[in-house]
Design a protein around this ligand. Structure first.
Ligand code: ZN
Ligand code: ZN
Length: 319
């Protein structure tokens, strides 16, 4: 029997995205939900489109970003549902929830080490996705911590797709060719690749995860923002081309020793925008994106990194 899948788009207060896409899955008396929106108001949004969350048996969280986990506490409280999410993302979330100030301090320190002007410190923290309410997440009860590809139940399986976050998970209904991709694969937006603690090459991980998904030949991608779409392999090609041209642009921006902030200020972002046109959260995303590309360039030997007067700088290797 095929599972019935229904898309629910809920509004979120992030300018560039506007909505998050949640998926109700029904099969054999089982009710699953993929992602939870940004806050408690998800419950009313879902109710207004005819879905009572008290029915949910299992909430599947694709990754730790607040526009995906933000409604999870309220949904679990109302339904008593089990929760499945990637182990690494859960550990990061708990780390932030246990010590939001420490997380903020480390974040600011890293930003300043990478050339973010110290006088913008306020704006760095304002743009932080978990600045408010982080402690609430200590109450979240996660029943299934996903470390490796495996199966859940009711025909649902999952694969790890690190990159957009360290513990990103895609949920699958293989018999129907459905890939619930979270933000790993979006149709109109290139998923943001940021930087996490531990110095991992997140862009390198992301590119590997794209190929992993391509090789599985799914028919339909059900993304974390926007509508389901087909042509997954073609979309992966586009995203890969985007990163290779951005890598080239960033490599070229390092003719002289440059910090990640300086690079982010000099390159042109999507739709011809400059760093100075962006709000605080967007600036942080752009900065993280520049840094993740620089880390990938340095791991693949295309730029050299060194600390100059306490700031990490990068320079292109001579061709
Ligand atoms: Zn995300
Ligand atoms: Zn998202």
């Amino acid at each position: 029997m095929n599972a019935a899948v229904k898309l629910h788009e809920v509004e979120i207060p992030i300018r560039a995205l506007k909505t998050a896409s949640l998926y109700e899955i029904r099969t054999d008396g089982f009710v699953g939900l993929v992602d939870s929106g940004m806050n408690d108001s998800t419950i009313e949004s879902l109710a207004s489109s005819g879905f009572d969350v008290s029915e949910v048996d299992l909430l599947m969280l694709t990754h730790l970003h607040v526009d995906h986990v933000g409604g999870s506490l309220a949904i679990q409280e109302k339904s008593g549902c089990k929760i499945a999410m990637g182990e690494q993302d859960y550990r990061i979330l708990v780390g932030i929830a246990e010590d939001p100030e420490g997380f903020k301090k480390r974040y600011v320190k890293r930003a300043i080490e990478n050339g973010f002007p110290p006088e913008l410190e306020m704006s760095i923290t304002k743009g932080l996705p978990f600045s408010s309410d982080a402690r609430r997440f200590l109450d979240l009860k996660v029943d299934m911590l996903i470390k490796e590809d495996s199966s859940l139940s009711h025909g649902i399986t999952y694969i790890t797709v690190p990159g957009h976050s360290p513990g990103s998970i895609a949920f699958l209904i293989q018999s129907q060719g459905l890939l619930f991709a979270g933000d790993h694969l979006l149709e109109r937006i290139t998923p943001n690749i940021g930087v996490y603690e531990g110095g991992v090459d997140m862009l390198g991980e992301y590119l590997k995860s794209l190929e992993k998904v391509r090789n599985k030949n799914f028919k339909t991608c059900l993304p974390g923002h926007g509508h389901p779409f087909e042509g997954i392999s073609g979309r992966i090609d586009e995203i890969e081309r985007h990163h290779s041209s951005r890598l080239r642009e960033i490599e070229n921006a390092c003719a002289e020793w440059s910090s990640a902030f300086s690079v982010a200020s000099r390159i042109t972002w999507n739709r011809g925008r400059q760093l100075s046109d962006m709000n605080e959260m967007e600036k942080n995303f752009a900065f993280g994106e520049a840094l993740s590309h620089l880390i990938h360039l340095s791991r693949t030997g295309r730029v050299t990194m060194k600390s100059i007067s306490g700031v990490l700088k990068y320079k292109r290797e001579p061709a």
